[in-house]
Design a protein around this ligand. Structure first.
Ligand code: PEP
Ligand code: MN
Length: 339
């Protein structure tokens, strides 16, 4: 920690602050400048109390306190210099191949799911998405088929060979979701539900952690830290748009998270342009941008008849539009050095 003292601080005031720093378990190192004094406090900020309270404890003496260490450890690039890769059945996410996870927002019926699964597979997707337990803003909206939806996902996997990603909404469902899913999705509304993150981590399954609706990147990394700190290293981050003042799109898809997560973390980054834009007509362009910027995977909502979808109709792509997107994406995948 770096502690900056106010100008004109007396020797007595300085001594009091130094004593408090030692009391809190740090070794102070005083650097006296022309105008003011700066104290470097040496100690482990991860195991000792933060010194940030010094500003309010000694308002006449301490100007500011700045941490030197990051608050996250295992997700940080410093902890793991190479990119992490995640094995999902026979696939590797975060490696050379750009993976596309596609499927309906919600699993609605066997016909809807299987038709979609076959079409997205034919177009080049490797992972089937589909919500069985749905986090809906209104309790009067379709809440998902529950376990019946999980069984349909398993059937679609058997018939197509696609891996399956589905959302975990409640700690109580961790066991059953882990039984059916190849990747567990933690949704935006639960991104800081720490007990849920721990329960998901403990299943040992790969976890896709969405960014919360108004989550800062540091908070998102710290939420990811819960997964790795609970001995599950199979974490991928998923940007799905944040809430801003803009109403033209459902959310504002923050593509700057691609280079930022790559710099700060070794975990793969996935982009979800469907929740991100909330509009089917923007999805293709956002996917091209995401691939060009180095995203490791895409999560895209696809439905055989978006107009009749039970959730998120305006943002789901028809089977034909998805196939066209995949064709148009190909040169971007190659140009970004991927397969
Ligand atoms: C979804 O993927 O359908 C979903 C509900 O996502 P999010 O948590 O990002 O809103
Ligand atoms: Mn959705």
């Amino acid at each position: 920690m770096i502690i900056v003292l106010k100008p004109g601080v007396s020797k007595k005031q300085e001594t009091t602050v130094l004593r408090e720093i030692r009391n809190l378990g740090y070794r102070p190192h005083v650097m006296r400048g022309v105008a003011r004094t700066v104290i470097g406090a040496i100690g482990d900020e991860l195991t000792h109390q933060s010194l940030e309270t010094l500003v309010t404890l000694f308002p006449q003496t301490v100007e500011s306190v700045m941490p030197v260490q990051k608050r996250y450890k295992f997700v940080s690039r410093e902890a793991h210099l190479d990119d992490s890769t995640i094995k999902v059945r026979e696939h590797v996410i975060g490696g050379k191949k750009l993976h596309v996870m596609a499927g309906p927002c919600s699993v609605e019926s066997e016909k809807q799911l299987l038709t979609t699964a076959e079409a997205v597979k034919a177009a080049g997707a490797t992972i089937l998405r589909g919500g069985a337990f749905k986090p809906r803003t209104s309790p009067y909206e379709f809440q998902g088929l529950g376990v019946k939806g999980l069984k349909l996902l398993a059937k679609a996997r058997r018939e197509t060979g696609l891996a399956v990603i589905t959302e975990l909404l409640s700690e109580a469902h961790a066991g059953i979701i882990a039984e059916y899913a190849d990747i567990i999705q933690i949704g935006a509304r639960n991104a800081q539900n720490f007990q849920l993150l721990i329960a998901a981590a403990k299943t040992g399954k790969p976890i896709l952690l969405k960014r919360g609706l108004s989550m800062k990147i540091e908070e998102w990394l710290l939420a990811g830290e819960y997964i790795l700190a609970n001995e599950n290293s199979n974490l991928m981050f998923c940007e799905r748009g944040i809430r801003t003042f803009e109403t033209y799109t459902r959310n504002t898809l923050d593509l700057s998270t691609i280079p930022i997560i790559k710099r700060e973390s070794h975990c793969p980054i996935v982009i979800d342009p469907s929740q991100g834009a909330g509009r089917a007509d923007l999805v293709t362009a956002m996917c091209k941008g995401a691939v060009a910027m180095g995203a490791d995977a895409l999560l895209i909502e696809v439905h055989p008849n978006p107009a009749e979808a039970w959730s998120d109709g305006p943002q789901q792509l028809s089977l034909e539009v998805f196939a066209k997107l995949m064709r148009e994406l190909h040169p971007f995948i190659l140009a970004s050095g991927r397969e």
